[in-house]
Design a protein around this ligand. Sequence first.
Ligand code: ADP
Ligand code: MG
Length: 460
Amino acid sequence: MLISPLSSHDSDTSLWSQCLEIIEQIVGPSSFETWFRTTHLAFTSQKTPCIEVPNQFFADFIEEHFAELVSKVLKENGINPAGLAFIPSQRNWKALEPITESLAESRDRIVPRKIEKQSQFHPNYRFETFVVGDSNRMAHAASLAVAEAPGKTSFNPLTIYGGTGLGKTHLLQAIGHYALTETTVENVLYMTCQEFTNEYINYVTHKGDSTSFYRKFASVELLLIDDIHFLSGKPGTQKEFYRIFNNLMLQNKQIVLSSDRAPETIPDMMDHIINRFMGGLTTDIQPPNFETRMAIISKKAEIDGIALPDEVAHFIAGYITSNVRELEGTLIKLIASASFTGKDITMDVAREVFGDVLSRRDRRLTNEFIQKEVASYFGISANQLSAHTRKRDVTVPRSIAMYLCKKWTKQSLRTIGLDFGGRDYSTVIHACKKIEAEIETDRQLRQDIAQLEKTIEPLV
Ligand code: ADP
Ligand code: MG
């Protein structure tokens, strides 16, 4: 993403404080402390609001769970939320200017290492907050073993794979967190594969060689790389990754990876990388069963200090079946809505909040259904389609989903826009026209749409 210079003034700070007060009332003190305490408001030169958050991890989470809320609160405080973005603050300045050697070096000097270490990990993603069930028992046990004795078990590398929202990132972060707090090692590095790739590209384009990039990993004792499937089809990055990987393995350093599918099924991945993965332990996480879902809901409520009646937990656990992230999102929505209206969380409140969704579900072919299909086809979450992100891996699926909604449901353009995070109907028209034009020339797009329509057509 290209970001034009951000500016932040005192008036923005006090405006944001006002917004934060409202947000705190809505999300409750514990979520507020976790997600909002350290955020700042700034504007691009085009006056687009940006919320600065500690790192990419926060950016993704807040965007997914709170984008709608933040937009609403900004609007109520007189700020046009159009184009709202959540930006990792460390990354800001990187995007602002081309990195030069001296800049990069001076940054390394000013950032105290300790802060960097801690800020890699989300405080809630620990073993203590991870609920163990049949679906994740093995992955959990292996993660704990590795965290207790990095590089000293036969689980090297440890690869955890499974569908989205099932706890892979949580476990990777828990390992890092544990290793640092229990000092089983000193030097831990957590990175998403996307960050790894971006940094690699940055080093290559700005410095012309990858040696300094390589150096970054030299003293790492525990390397956690999330979403390794992202390496698919990127031979240059794969090569560099392989080099770093081998070097660390030779020194008995621990490597933990996550992937959205079994490593051997990742397409366009070098065989020798796959073979290396297979040399350690590969373990999967499955969607949780009903009991585990109940336990997860109770745990989250406990962390948030919320009294959640059993029947409500039961209701949510029965309603969301495959994805813990959605389970959590649903709970957050319920908590927010209850505190908004000052009511306790009861079945009545739950029905009020989800009744709409449930009744829409009965009609089968809905915008929501199409969004879910498109999201899972492209390996993103359905919420992202409604969020205010402009990342290409979201905007393309979003346009396709809008196009399919228009073509197959009887919804008005206005309703479709509303179902995509309250967007204007003209945005829907624009997206549909774009897809209609591209479908003529883009074979891949035609294939994607044909594939998606296979699941839609039977419902018409
Ligand atoms: P993934 O990386 O597999 O897509 P995440 O690790 O981001 O999934 O998990 C999504 C959300 O669900 C996170 O907030 C995480 O804390 C939560 N979660 C997943 N599995 C569990 C679990 N077993 N116990 C508690 N929380 C969980
Ligand atoms: Mg993840």
